[in-house]
Ligand binder design. Structure first.
Ligand code: PLP
Ligand code: LYS
Length: 438
């Protein structure tokens, strides 16, 4: 082992180590308290690009894309997790397909030259102009998610039907989408899905390639996907008997959990690979059906761990009910704690401290009492204004869900690859915000 290989390993054994299941692949503490990401010190990124800033490690994204591509399935990256022109180009380069859910995501994919035949269009409320744009672009598949949409899709078009299999995958209510009482999909049990299939098949210019389901987000149990395979193959068998149609594709959506903190459960991709294709073959044999090609739509699992958010401490309040450490970002760059009670790790970087660690709430700078980024952070007791903090696992649903709350511009996205840092998205300035006003 060379010294260069040994150093990060040693770093992982030190107290306050950066858990490799939470942090980007090549991320390690440096003497003096800095953290280096693929060889680039985070203090340098904070100095050159300011804070708050999203940082993305490209090698980690590529690595995750390749792990998924090694499965026997088509992998369609769910763009809603994070998209910009450069990300779309990277996804194309890695040979993945792309799930888009808006005209904006589609426009970004097209601007990056993403092959249209590898794009799937999703949405429970696709306006006519979006369906028209998809048709003009030659989008490969439209995923039907409402009965009225069936008459509005311009033909000829390949489609899938999004079904709700009534599976509770035990996740936060706001991201549970496989159960009956929520807005996505066409329910299997009520007959909505069967009726949609009948109407699609009655349109000769639509080619129905198969079924889709997405059970929800942050799912850590493979059993939910196994059950989905059983129900969807069962329904495919009904369609085969009733209409004489065999489906060549089966799309199981995304939702594979990531570990935001060391104690969190992730998704066991090896268990998925060992179990799901086998169950699919078994169920198809049982019903006398050909085995369809699987499609998966991971979003978070491909990008979350690649991302870090850098903040600077602006104010510290001690002596009250709790210690409040206020940073220069907050709710506008990360609404997930407020929306889903999401919990994160946070670390001081850029200096060392021998002070004992104590609980503190890391809060944002917005005019909202609920603007709390990490309610139970463990930080050195001498944390002070000017310090730098980093929150890991922020590559998914952070930039893509950022707002301009209080007219605070959105942070830049700085991509790091091969020891170089490059902005993929520049910071939104006050002038940018003003430029849209009358
Ligand atoms: C249809 C569909 N596919 C894929 C995803 C990606 O989910 P995740 O980022 O949790 O993998 C979503 C979002 O939940 C979705 O709605
Ligand atoms: N935005 C959510 C997940 C929704 C995924 C899209 N259906 C999150 O941050 O966890």
């Amino acid at each position: 082992m060379t010294l260069a290989e040994l150093l990060p390993t040693l770093g992982r054994c030190l107290p306050g180590r950066l858990d490799p299941g939470v942090w980007p692949d090549d991320c390690a503490r440096r003497p003096g308290g800095d953290i280096a990401l693929s060889g680039v010190p985070l203090t340098r990124l904070a100095r050159d690009h300011g804070t708050p800033a999203y940082v993305l490690d490209v090698a980690t994204i590529r690595g995750r894309c390749r792990e998924y591509r090694a499965l026997d399935a088509e992998i369609a990256y769910a763009a809603k997790a994070f998209l910009c022109r450069r990300m779309a180009a990277l996804v194309a380069e890695e040979g993945l397909s792309l799930d888009v859910c808006s005209a904006g995501e589609l426009a970004t994919a097209r601007a990056a030259g993403f092959p249209a035949e590898r794009i799937l269009l999703h949405g429970n409320a696709k306006p006519d102009h979006e369906l028209r744009l998809a048709a003009d672009a030659g989008v490969g598949r439209v995923v039907v998610d409402s009965p009225d949409e069936i008459d509005r899709i311009p033909g000829p078009q390949d489609v899938l039907v999004r079904v709700t299999p009534d599976i509770d995958a035990h996740t936060h209510r706001a991201v549970a989408t496989g159960i009956e009482d929520q807005k996505f999909g066409l329910s299997l049990t009520s007959g909505q899905a069967a009726e949609a299939v009948r109407r699609i098949l009655a349109r000769p210019d639509l080619r129905l390639l198969g079924l889709h389901c997405h059970l929800g987000s942050q799912l850590s149990d493979v059993a939910a996907h196994v059950e989905a395979v059983r129900r969807l193959v069962g329904f495919s068998a009904d369609v085969a008997v009733r209409h004489g149609v065999l489906f060549p594709q089966l799309n199981l959506g995304g939702g594979h959990a990531v570990r935001y903190r060391a104690r969190d459960a992730g998704y066991d991709l090896a268990a998925f690979a060992a179990r799901v294709p086998e169950v699919l073959r078994f169920e198809c044999r049982k019903h006398g059906l050909p085995v369809p090609r699987l499609t998966l739509e991971p979003g978070r699992a491909l990008v979350a761990r690649a991302g870090l958010t850098l903040y600077r401490v602006v104010a510290v309040k001690r002596g009250g009910a709790r210690t409040f450490v206020a940073v220069d970002g907050g709710f506008s760059d990360n609404p997930r704690p407020a929306l889903y009670d999401a919990r994160y790790d946070v670390r001081l970087f850029g200096r060392t401290s021998t002070a004992p660690e104590r609980r503190a709430a890391v809060v944002g700078r917005h005019c909202e009492a609920g603007d709390v980024l990490v309610p139970d952070a463990l930080l050195p007791d001498d944390v002070r204004p000017g310090d730098l903090l980093v929150v890991p696992c922020t590559g998914a649903y952070h930039h893509s869900m950022a707002s301009t709350c209080n007219r605070v511009g959105r942070p830049p996205v700085i991509a790091v690859e091969d020891g170089r840092a490059e902005p993929w998205v520049r910071r939104e300035t006050d002038q940018d915000l003003l430029s849209r006003d009358a």
